[in-house]
Design a protein around this ligand. Structure first.
Ligand code: ADP
Ligand code: ASP
Ligand code: MG
Length: 419
């Protein structure tokens, strides 16, 4: 008998029928003697609908009020699931985030969980009930409702699993695990049996939305056993693991991630003097715009070009800021492009292998794809390319690094064989 936290995403609770299916599955787990805490998302499309509704009222709603409206999506699904369980004579009780309480900081729209009160949940479990908790939401020190950022129900589940010291946290979704890349883009993508926390963290932060990045951070920090599984198909799913696999079976590249949400801005002919980077990026960060990649070229004629990327939603605001900075710095000109994509290859095996980036660049060149920005870390290489080449680039890289083959059959993308 184990304590299991199970999270069901938006499509898995997208209709009343699906919620009934999920309830049957949960009842089966109960029948095996396990204690179950369930975290649910809003029905698919609901969070976007609520967002659009708020924006119809106000072009830039206050984050505090936006959180009040966005949190209602999950409140609907917890009640529906609790009712579906009761229909099956499986005692259940629903909790909103603030009823639990899931305590967070006050960063509305991207709040961080600080503490979870597990008293009520433990009492319910002891009394034989399934506990159904609304994902994505919490309460701050002022007693105001907060939300955890898009995809935040994953984080609720992992944080609850950590707080309850659960035996496993199972993330049920519309794919049967974590794949070498998004299976909706590359048909030959393969499910991974295991992936390390480190790799999953990079994949999540580089755009694979299968798990929210903070969920992976939490799982790594509190050593939560985390598995991604299909809601309606049986199978082993993917285990997110602390251990690295044995050398010979570990690939150099484990996966490919991409992010369509980026936009790039460039100021050209900036005087090459101390303090320029802070004068360009200072006003951007003061406007609460997060900057991702930053590139400054070597100077020619005492001037340089400065490029950075932001989330596409912040593009227009960032352009306005940059136009002001361009004037005040006496730079030559500025421009921007919001039709770009970042494509990244990820793998812990990169640490011990040379030539990985070169292979990536050669593969893109062979397809005639121009690279606009490059950035690297110990276990990833990212490139910015034109958005229209996204699918071509991901497919070409997937096949060049032999990700469509079983690890044992790969000739190059395997530790011990490259170089
Ligand atoms: P949920 O609503 O269950 O939280 P999400 O849409 O947030 O589901 O995440 C699941 C989706 O993530 C899949 O449908 C898939 O298209 C996408 N995805 C992106 N990259 C990957 C990957 N490497 N492996 C699996 N799924 C991925
Ligand atoms: N409903 C929220 C979203 O759509 C949270 C989640 O699904 O994890 O982002
Ligand atoms: Mg999700």
């Amino acid at each position: 008998m184990a304590l299991i936290v199970q999270k069901f995403g938006g499509t898995s609770v997208g209709t009343v029928d699906r919620i009934q299916e999920i309830a049957k599955k949960i009842k089966r787990f109960r029948g095996e003697g396990h204690d179950i805490v369930v975290v649910v998302s809003a029905m698919s499309g609901e969070t976007n609908r609520l967002l659009a509704l708020a924006e119809e009222m106000q072009s830039q709603p206050k984050p505090e009020e936006l959180d009040v409206i966005l949190s209602t999506g999950e409140q609907v699904t917890i009640a529906l699931l609790a009712m579906a369980l009761e229909n099956l004579s499986c005692p259940a009780r629903s909790y909103t985030g603030w009823q639990v309480a899931v305590r967070t900081d006050s960063h509305h729209g991207k709040a961080r969980i600080q503490e979870i009160d597990t008293h009520a949940i433990l009492k319910d479990l002891a009394e034989g009930r399934v506990v159904v908790v609304a994902g994505f939401q919490g309460i701050d020190g002022e007693g105001r409702i907060t939300t955890l950022g898009r995809g935040g129900s994953d984080t609720t589940a992992v944080a609850l699993a950590a707080a309850l010291n659960a035996d496993e946290c199972q993330i049920y979704t519309d794919v049967d695990g974590v794949y070498t890349t998004d299976p909706r883009i590359v048909e030959s993508a393969r499910r991974l049996d295991k992936i390390t926390f480190e790799e999953m963290l990079e994949m999540a932060s580089l755009g694979s939305r299968v798990l929210q990045i903070r969920a992976v951070e939490f799982a790594g920090k509190y050593q939560v056993n985390l598995r991604v599984l299909h809601s309606f198909q049986d199978g082993p799913g993917t285990l997110i693991t602390l251990e690295e696999q044995t050398e010979m079976e570990h690939p150099v590249i484990s996966g490919i991630a991409f992010n369509r949400d980026e936009a790039k801005l460039t100021i050209k002919g900036v005087p090459d003097i101390p303090g320029v980077a802070s004068r360009i990026l200072g006003p951007v960060s003061r406007a609460n715009i997060e900057v991702d990649m930053i590139v400054q070229n070597v100077s020619a004629d005492q001037t340089t070009d400065f490029t950075f990327t932001v989330h596409r939603n912040d593009y227009q605001r960032a352009l306005e800021i940059v136009s002001q900075t361009c004037k005040s710095l006496g730079a030559r000109e500025f421009d921007g492009d919001n039709k770009i994509t970042k494509v990244s290859i990820v793998g812990v095996g990169m640490r011990s292998h040379a030539g990985v980036a070169t292979k990536m660049f050669e593969t893109l060149a062979a397809e005639g794809i121009n690279i606009q920005i490059i950035s690297t870390s110990e276990i990833k290489v990212s490139v910015v390319i034109q958005e229209k080449y996204l699918e071509l680039a991901v497919r070409a890289l997937h096949s060049a690094f032999e990700l469509d083959q079983d690890v044992a059959l790969r000739t190059e993308n395997r530790i011990g064989k490259l170089d």
